[in-house]
Every structure is written in structure tokens, then in C-alpha cells.
Design a protein around this ligand. Structure first.
Ligand code: GLY
Length: 367
């Protein structure tokens, strides 16, 4: 059964369809949104063999011609140079306003395709077909696009909403366990932000979801997309409440940056540790019951994920704080944290005591 979540953004409103065999139905579903004769499919090189033939079949069945451009997988691909190559490859085919871009891949491909769509011919429509759990529940929804530069991550990009998002649950079967778990961190994040009953559900069903339970996956993707759609509808351009989606990210990004965004720590793994740190810091600041932080740690461990800093790296609290200061969400030199008064009671903290954060990090780095 296909479920649909609406992102109700006035003239930029769109549907997220969640279900099985959606790649095969992609052409028909795209035609349900608008007329199109030709699409440019930007595909992650890692999934070309597994998913592209299904999509091509689905497009051909609806009479849509597809021109495929492949992108190297991995965060290093999200570069300005690669964006230039992608734009060139599409411009060589003489795109027209009636054409549409389709992102088939994880967050890197979705973000790059979004930037390309926002720039080509002053803005082309695009469709997101996320092939990782993380992209299905977070990055494909909400219109954030971006490329990395030597100065930092996602410093160039636009808010450009897709016309449609297709979350085909079949793709989850092809993910390795580590990638699935990393994506799941962004699922239970929604429970920690403002849906305590969803976190209860995650505690009861998370391990089954990770073991491949399709009903649990369908429910979790739907609830996550509903949560994200609700928050994005309220604050599309992150002037307020959308910042809550960064729970675990201020701490987590600092870990990723210190590791040079290498393979030691996937984004979702860093976010899981970052959420545990946000809750532990909230306890230290006298804001949150210790029992709630203990539940966060216990759930991360129950899902076979690390809750603490990886030991094979030498960490330094000052370096981590410096990374936080470079984040594009820092404002007026101040670092914004998402802290919590309990599970499902997260809030934006613009005046957190940095010395207290440093002290907690120093204790963790020395452990
Ligand atoms: N991934 C956070 C956001 O879309 O705002």
C-alpha cells in the first residue's frame, strides 16, 4: 500500500509517496504532477546497477525519455568542481524548461541535483527518489540543497523544493546494516524533538525495523516525513523552529569535521552520538532528567550503534568547539545548540554556556 504525505507549502506544495515498487511507477507518478517528455536522471554510481534499470523501466512505460548522468558516491563528490561537471553534462544535452531533473541516490546526489535544478535555466523542476533511509526521512524533504567548498559544508546552495518525493521501501533491502542504522538515527531524532510517543514506538520497534520489518519501516518513514513536513511547512527557511531538526548536529558535525568527513563515522552515526551529547549536556545544565538521557543512550546501544566518541581518534575539546564555531548555523559568533528538557521536549538554545560544553567535551575526550 502506498501512503502519501503532503508538504503544504502554498505554490510549492508537493507529495511524498511512500511504498513498494515506486521506481517502477515513477513515470506515471511524475505525470500525475506535471507533463514531461524528457528527464535528466542524476544517479549515484553505487546504485546504478541495482536501482537504475527499475527507474528506466518505469519512465519508459510512461513514455518519458531519460538521459542519465552518474555521480560518484560519497561526500567528496559534493564539490563545486563536480557541480560544474554535472551542469555541463546536462547543458550539453540542450535542456529546456519543460525538462525535469530526477535525483536517484542518497543525500549527496539529492543535494547536488537540487543545486543543479535551482541554477539551470534559472530553475528547473526536480524530483527526489532517495535510495537511503537517511535521505528518505530527512534530506530529500524540505528543499535544502548544497555543495561543499573548502570553507565548509553546504555553504553554497538554495532552498529549492522538489515537485515530488518517491520513497521506495524496496531500496532499503539493498542497504548495508551500518548505513541502515545511520539513517535510523534521523528517524528517532523526530521522537526526541517533539514526539515522545514516537520515541516510545522506536524503543519497542527500532530493532525490528533494522532487521528488515517492512511494516515497521513503512510506519517509521511515514511518521518521519510527516514530522519533517510539519516543521518545514511552519518554517521553510529556518528562521525558527526548523533549527530543531539540527538536534545532535552541532555536536555531531564537530566530530565529522574533526575526522575530515572520513569513513570512520557516517553522518547518522555522528548525529546519534551528538544527540546523546545534547541530552547529557542538558542533564549537566540542570534542564533534563538524567533518566531521559539514559534512555537516549540505551536506545542507541540497543540499535548496535556507538553512543560515545570513537576511541581510535585523538579528540580535543577546543578543536571540537572551534569546528562548532565554523558551522554555518553559528550566528553573531555564537553557537546554536538544540538542547532538551526531556524526551520530546527539545528547544533552541542560543545562549548555552560554552565553557560548560567544553568541560563536558574535555571529560569525554579524556575518557
Ligand atoms: N536536515 C535538516 C533540515 O532539512 O532542515
Amino acid at each position: 500500500m502506498t501512503q502519501t504525505v503532503r508538504v503544504a507549502l502554498d505554490t510549492r506544495a508537493y507529495d511524498i509517496h511512500i511504498g513498494e515498487k515506486l521506481l517502477e511507477r515513477a513515470g506515471e507518478l511524475i505525470l500525475g504532477v506535471r507533463k514531461v517528455k524528457r528527464v535528466f536522471v542524476v544517479a549515484d554510481s553505487k546504485i546504478v546497477a541495482t536501482h537504475l534499470p527499475r527507474l528506466e523501466k518505469g519512465l519508459a512505460a510512461a513514455g518519458i525519455a531519460a538521459h542519465v548522468v552518474t555521480l560518484q558516491a560519497g561526500d567528496a563528490a559534493k564539490s563545486w568542481d563536480n557541480l560544474g561537471r554535472l551542469l555541463d553534462a546536462i547543458l550539453d544535452q540542450r535542456p529546456e524548461r519543460a525538462d525535469l531533473l530526477v535525483a536517484l541516490g542518497g543525500g549527496v546526489v539529492g543535494d547536488m541535483t537540487g543545486v543543479a535544478a535551482s541554477l539551470l535555466l534559472r530553475g528547473l523542476d526536480f524530483v527526489q527518489i532517495p535510495t537511503t533511509l537517511l535521505a528518505q526521512v530527512d534530506s530529500s524533504v524540505g528543499g535544502k540543497t548544497g555543495v561543499n567548498t573548502r570553507q565548509g559544508k553546504n555553504l553554497i546552495g538554495a532552498f529549492h523544493q522538489p515537485r515530488l518525493v518517491l520513497c521506495d521501501l524496496d531500496v532499503l533491502d539493498t542497504l548495508g546494516p551500518r548505513e541502515l542504522r545511520a539513517g535510523y538515527a534521523e528517524v528517532f531524532k523526530y521522537g526526541l524533538i517533539d514526539m515522545p510517543e514516537f520515541f516510545d514506538w522506536c524503543e519497542a520497534n527500532g530493532p525490528a525495523l533494522l532487521a528488515g520489518d517492512r511494516a515497521a519501516q513503512a510506519y517509521a518513514v511515514r511518521v518521519s516525513c510527516e514530522a519533517k513536513a510539519r516543521i518545514v511547512t511552519e518554517d521553510e527557511r529556518e528562521t525558527g523552529v526548523r533549527a530543531l531538526l539540527n538536534l545532535g548536529h552541532t555536536f555531531g558535525h564537530a566530530l565529522e569535521a574533526d575526522l575530515g568527513y572520513g569513513p570512520e563515522l557516517l553522518h547518522g552515526e555522528a548525529v546519534a552520538i551528538g544527540m546523546r551529547q545534547a541530552f547529557d549536556f542538558s542533564v549537566r545544565a540542570g534542564l533534563c532528567p538524567a533518566a531521559d538521557a539514559a534512555r537516549v543512550r540505551a536506545h542507541i546501544l540497543a540499535c548496535d550503534m556507538a553512543a560515545d566518541l570513537p576511541r581510535q581518534h585523538r579528540w580535543n575539546a577546543d578543536a571540537l568547539i572551534a569546528h562548532m564555531g565554523h558551522d554555518k548555523k553559528a550566528s553573531g559568533g555564537k553557537i546554536t545548540f538544540i538542547l532538551a528538557r526531556g524526551i520530546g521536549k527539545s528547544f533552541i538554545a542560543r545562549d548555552a554556556d560554552i565553557d560548560a560544553v567544553r568541560a563536558m567535551l574535555a571529560a569525554e575526550c579524556a575518557a
